[in-house]
Design a protein. Structure first.
Length: 145
């Protein structure tokens, strides 16, 4: 494989989560969850999956997403800039910013950089293999029925 056939980020990218919560707020969107993630979050909160579903989920088409705060579209679990379920957060959250759309081009990455304080030159360098692993986890998650 030639160097030109490698992704543009083959030398890695600088990122270190600052736990600022900016990726959990802003415009309306969807944090998709599956049964396993619901069970993990419910267990973390020490409630039943059924209660978790009643309190924290909305049905969108044939899938479930976390509810958002009506006034500002923040994730329901974002309190004072911190995630209340961080240790049990959904895959979509765990794999940010390594989503395929964010890695599609240097320009796409730059757009995410403007919104994420963890993407900065001074941050730790994340190697190509780790980035690809996280991206694949997100891709597989998105393709589950």
């Amino acid at each position: 494989m030639t160097e030109n056939s490698q992704p543009w980020y083959q030398k890695g990218l600088s990122f270190e989560c600052t736990a600022c919560g900016k990726c959990c707020t802003g415009t309306p969107g969807f944090v998709w969850v599956n049964e396993e993630e619901v069970a993990d979050m419910a267990n973390f909160l020490k409630i039943s999956p059924a209660e978790f579903q009643r309190k924290y989920l909305r049905r969108v088409g044939g899938h479930f997403a976390l509810v958002e705060m009506k006034k500002n579209y923040d994730c329901v679990f974002l309190k004072e800039g911190k995630c209340l379920v961080y240790a049990a957060r959904p895959t979509q959250c765990k794999t940010f910013p390594w989503w395929p759309q964010n890695l599609s081009s240097p320009e796409a990455w730059e757009t995410v950089r403007q919104q994420c304080e963890g993407i900065q030159d001074e941050a730790s360098l994340v190697n190509f293999e780790t980035i690809e692993e996280q991206k694949l986890i997100q891709i597989k998650r998105n393709h589950k029925p």
